[in-house]
Structure formats: structure tokens, C-alpha cells
Design a protein around this ligand. Structure first.
Ligand code: SF4
Ligand code: SF4
Length: 56
């Protein structure tokens, strides 16, 4: 999973749905612990602006 930061509006949806709590969203920041990501795509589906993209 990768983040297109230019598209993110920091709504926090993705952080709320990640079963591993790997995404942290602040007022104008988003960070993601890539090392533990299982590519389950739950966050990808949850993002209203499609700022999260599954990497092939
Ligand atoms: S793909 Fe799954 S494990 Fe990875 S950040 Fe998104 S919700 Fe979390
Ligand atoms: S769900 Fe999308 S727009 Fe919302 S904080 Fe996550 S990446 Fe940004």
C-alpha cells in the first residue's frame, strides 16, 4: 500500500479501519508503518478520495 499524500484530506478513515493500527493521521500529517502492512486493502477501500493505492 502506498499513500498519495497530495490527495489526502486527513479524514482519519483509514487509520480507523486498519486492523493493525499502522496508519496515524494528524491535522495535516499521515504516517504509515509499511514494515508491518499485510496489504489487506481494507484502508484502500475505506479512503473516500482514493489516496491509498495498492502496490503491485
Ligand atoms: S493494507 Fe491493511 S494492514 Fe496495510 S495499512 Fe491498510 S488496512 Fe493496514
Ligand atoms: S482515508 Fe484517505 S483521505 Fe482519509 S486520512 Fe486516510 S488516506 Fe487521507
Amino acid at each position: 500500500m502506498k499513500i498519495v499524500k497530495e490527495w489526502c484530506m486527513y479524514c482519519g478513515e483509514c487509520a480507523g479501519v486498519c486492523p493493525r493500527c499502522l496508519i496515524e493521521v494528524g491535522e495535516a500529517t499521515i504516517t504509515f508503518d509499511e514494515s508491518s502492512c499485510k496489504d489487506c486493502e481494507i484502508c484502500v477501500q475505506a479512503c473516500p478520495v482514493r489516496a491509498l493505492i495498492k502496490e503491485e
